[in-house]
Design a protein around this ligand. Sequence first.
Ligand code: ATP
Ligand code: FE
Length: 400
Amino acid sequence: FTVLGIESSCDDTGAAVVRSDGVILGEALASQGDIHEQWGGVVPGLARDAHEDAIDRIVDLAVERAGFSSIQEIDAIGVTIGPGLEICLRVGATKARELAQTFQKPFVGVHHLEAHILMARLPLEEASPSTATTNNFVFPATDLVHETVRTMQFPFLALLVSGGHCQIMKCLDIGKYSIIGGTLDDSLGEAYDKVARLLGLPVGGGGGPAVEALAKQGDPTAVPLPIPLRNRKDCDFSFAGLKTAVRRAAEKICDTEMDGNLEDLLTDQDKANIAASFQNVAIKHIEQRLERAMKMVEQEEQEQGGSKIRSLAVVGGVAANQELRARLETLCERCSSSQDNDDDEEDRWKMFVPPPRLCTDQGSMSAWAAIERIMVGSTDDPTSRDVYARYPFSLEHEAK
Ligand code: ATP
Ligand code: FE
C-alpha cells in the first residue's frame, strides 16, 4: 500500500508518498530558511503563512512525482499532529484531514518524535541522491532504488538530537518508548543554532550545517571548553553552560566583554577554531552520556534478562552531522570490543542512522511513521483529533 505523509510542525512544509516496503515514490519540500533568516529564528506567524502558501502545491507535487494522478489512488494519509508550533501543525493537519475525509482514506495522526525515530527503520538505500533545484526550493529526486537492506528491529536504543529535543530512549515497540535521559536546558540543535548566531553564520533553516562546515577549517582543541555534566551519574544532557562558555571564550579572544558584534571582532580562523572546539566538546558530551546509557542497558540485561538491545538509532536534524555520525560509529565499535566478544556478532553494537536529508524534517517521515502504525493496526479518526503543541511521548522517565 501507499501513504501520503504531510509535515508542517516547524518551518518546513513537506509532503511525500511512500510505499509500505519503504520506497519513497515521490517527495516535495518547501523550506522557509530565507524567510526566517532576517529574524534570526523561526517566527511562528510567518511560518504559518508560508505553510499556507505552500501546502497545496507541495502535496500536489509529491503526488505527481510519485506518478499518481489523484489522491484517490493513494491508500492512506498520515500527518504530524504534534509536538510543534500549534498554528503550523494545524495547516498540515487540516489539509490531511480534509483529504482523508474527501477521499475516504484511513488517517494516522503522527507523533513527530516517533516519526524521527522510525526513520532509522526505513528499509531504504538511495541509488542516486541527486537533487534538483527549482525556484528557491530544493526538491530531492524521486529516483530512489529499493535494494535489500538491513532493517533495525525493536527493541533498540535511540539518541534523538533535533532542534527541540535531546533525549536517549529505549524504544520497545511502536508507541512504546521509555526516556532514560533528557536535556536540563537546551537541545543540541539549539546549541548549534546559538553558536551559529554568535559567529554571524546563516541560521535560517537551522545553523547546524554552517557550524559543521566552518568546524572543518578549525582546530578542535584550540579553544578550551568544559565538557558538561561529566561527573553526573545519569544520562541527562546540558548545553546552556557550554553555550555560555563559547561566548566567554570568544570574548576573551577579542578581549572585550561587550555583548553583540563579536562576529566582527573575530578573525575567520578564530571563528573556525571556536566552531570546531564547540562541536568537539558537544559531541564528547553526547558520547559520554550515550556510553553510560549503553552500559546501563547491558547491565540491566545481565541483571534482569529480557531482550538484548544492541542497536542504536541516531535520529533528528543533528544526526545529519558527519562528525557526530563518525564519532558515534566509533563509540559503537569501542563498546562492542570492550567486552571480549569480538566474534559474537549479536553482542556488537550497531548504529542505524537515516541518510542525512531524511534526518531533518520532511514529508517522508510522516508517511513512514503512518505506515508503521498501519502495519500494527493503529489508525485514527480524521474527524476527532486536534493538534498538540506539547505531546507526551514517554511511558516513564527512568533516569536517575
Ligand atoms: P523537533 O524535531 O525537536 O521538534 P525540529 O523539527 O525543529 O525540532 P529538526 O528538523 O529535527 O528539528 O532539526 C533541526 C535542527 O538540526 C536545527 O537545530 C539544525 O541546526 C540542526 N542541524 C541540521 N543539520 C545539522 C548539521 N549538519 N549539524 C548540526 N546540526 C544540524
Ligand atoms: Fe523535527
